[in-house]
Design a binder for this molecule. Structure first.
Ligand code: UGA
Length: 462
């Protein structure tokens, strides 16, 4: 493992208590001090100071040698990071990194092109949105911490795909202020597409702090750096349909109550919407929050039901299908990734400029929230029927009562607001969308999830 040069050398004695140090005759001078003659004491002091200087010089030389060794030999050094003594990747600003950021952000179309920082670019939605922007000629750079919430190999494969299309994804956390500020120093972003988050409704019971870290602290950091930037970017970010929580009024409209979250995940997304209001109000940031409704599709998230069911069905393993109160089937307004991407891009295109400058608001700024759903909920057993059809395998269904872990019985989006303002029109039904997903899944993993084979060109499927 590599360490930063400054941290790689430390003196264990500094961590000891004074009494422990007393018991430890570390220098010859200290031993000589115990002889009591005056000359002895002077000689001892002289010897002691020379020894101290020698020790200092030796330590410095040693430090330089070790630093040089680490700088030359560390295998995980890349253009933007090194691994510290805790095994954590740390951002490091280099000329090469700056060059790659600039190249990636170079637009390939006229002066109306956007220059977008996409956070969570190694994620499912982030990859698709980055590709869509790049393909139409916008400047795009990605940011992702590549955490291991789910298989990192899939995130790395998405990164490879992005790199092939000219999108550089820098590795780092949205809580890293130095990294964000460095990005803003190198490029004047017109927009941030903020998709980095701790996703998943049920995982919040296992790892609550990861939700606070990413969805609250990380979001604030994005807003802090954006508010201080000059010019300030417009921000579009991922909220969630889960903010509707226990709301029973259907379909869910943006004006419905969202003060009854059923999970910590939902609560952090709701908190994000309130925090967005504050930054819009005080600093004039233009902010658009998108409430995504159970997004699925090729290159999706393995933690989601449609993905894990596919994996288990192919392995012949039983799948748990939750049933709601009174044995009712659960339902979701499953929304296909291509439709979501169109909604994201339209949100970027219609976002007005932020009005702040030098951290101060100069006038009111745009603040929006949109539902991005499909408007036709489908039950979970029907989702499994469709998967069986395209996988050609019968699922081993186990119906169990919905655990009390943050789930909600159904979701259903009213998208009239997005239709009117973004011209958002979802066109993919669950059958068509899952067919595309299964095609991608088989091309990426093969028909047995224990091995990874590349059967075809899965890139063509997106
Ligand atoms: O739209 C949203 O707001 C949220 O959509 C999904 O959350 P969820 O709808 O719960 O999606 P899945 O985890 O894929 O679950 C889909 C359905 O399958 C059910 N399910 C899940 C897992 C399982 O083993 N069995 C099962 O029946 C769930 O109860 C739910 O009704 C995402 O995981 C969230 O990150 C996102 O914010």
């Amino acid at each position: 493992m590599c360490d930063s040069p400054s941290k790689s050398l430390h003196n264990p004695l500094l961590k000891m208590s004074p009494s422990a140090l007393d018991e430890f005759p570390s220098t010859p001078g200290k031993v000589k001090m115990e002889r009591s003659s005056y000359f002895g004491r002077v000689a001892s002091r002289w010897h002691s100071s020379v020894s101290a200087k020698l020790l200092c010089v030796t330590s410095l030389l040693l430090a330089l040698t070790i630093s040089a060794f680490f700088l030359m030999s560390c295998p995980s050094r890349s253009v933007d990071s090194f691994v510290n003594s805790q095994g954590m990747k740390m951002f490091q600003r280099t000329h090469q990194w700056e060059k790659r950021v600039r190249q990636s952000c170079q637009p390939q179309r006229d002066e109306n092109a956007l220059i977008v920082l996409v956070t969570g670019a190694g994620g499912f939605v982030g990859t698709h949105v980055s590709l869509a922007l790049k393909k139409r000629g916008d400047g795009v750079v990605g940011l992702d911490n590549f955490n291991d919430y789910y298989e990192t190999s899939l995130k790395r494969a998405r990164q490879e795909l992005l790199e092939k299309h000219g999108v550089f994804v820098t590795e780092g956390d949205i809580n890293d202020k130095f990294l964000l500020e460095s990005l803003f120093e190198v490029v004047q972003f017109t927009h941030i597409m903020h998709l980095a988050a701790q996703a998943g409704v049920r995982y919040a019971m296992q790892n609550p702090m990861s939700y606070i870290h990413s969805n609250v602290a990380g979001l604030v950091n994005i807003f802090e750096v954006s508010k201080a930037a000059n010019p300030q970017p417009a921000i579009v970010w991922a909220s969630s349909s889960s903010v509707y929580g226990l709301n029973t009024k259907v379909p869910f409209s943006e004006s419905d109550r969202t003060d009854q979250p059923a999970s910590l995940y939902a609560a952090t997304k709701k908190a994000g919407e309130e925090i967005a209001h504050t930054y819009n109000h005080i600093y004039g940031l233009s902010i658009t929050g998108l409430r995504f409704f159970t997004v699925y599709g090729p290159w999706g998230r393995p933690d989601m039901a449609y993905f894990s069911f596919t994996r288990d069905i192919l392995k012949g393993k039983p799948i748990n299908i939750y049933s709601g109160p009174g044995g009712k089937d659960l339902a979701r307004d499953f929304t296909f990734i291509d439709d979501i991407v169109k909604g994201c891009v339209a949100s970027l295109d219609t976002a007005e400029k932020s009005t702040g400058s030098g951290g101060k608001k100069t006038g009111p700024a745009m603040l929006r929230v949109f539902n991005l759903g499909n408007t036709s909920p489908v039950t979970v057993p029907t989702l499994v029927d469709i998967l069986e059809k395209y996988l050609g395998v019968k699922a081993k269904r186990e119906i169990i009562k919905m655990p009390r872990n943050g789930d909600v019985p159904f979701t259903h989006a009213n998208i009239s607001s997005a239709q009117a303002q973004l011209h958002y029109r979802p066109v993919t039904n669950l059958d068509t969308g899952l067919k595309k997903f299964v095609k991608w899944y088989l091309s990426y993993y093969g028909d047995n999830s224990n091995r990874k084979v590349w059967l075809g060109n899965h890139e063509q499927i997106i």
